[in-house]
Design a protein around this ligand. Structure first.
Ligand code: SF4
Length: 62
């Protein structure tokens, strides 16, 4: 499972990248993208990023 960012909604605030840098990066277009899968180890941090996104642009990929 990998989180999915709706690029049309993302406002490029960078919060998800700060919260889980091993999963989220800023893409060339300045929008966040999930570059690795959600794991047992990082799932709580990924959920924190999902909950923290100010525009609800991240889904858990399910
Ligand atoms: S927290 Fe949300 S709005 Fe901010 S960069 Fe990540 S996906 Fe985009």
């Amino acid at each position: 499972m990998r989180a999915v960012v709706d690029k049309d909604t993302c406002i490029s605030c960078g919060l998800c990248v700060s919260t889980v840098p091993e999963v989220f990066e800023m893409d060339d277009d300045g929008k966040a993208v999930a570059v690795s899968d959600t794991t047992e180890e990082n799932k709580e941090s990924v959920q924190e990023a999902i909950d923290g996104c100010p525009v609800d642009a991240i889904s858990d990929g399910q």
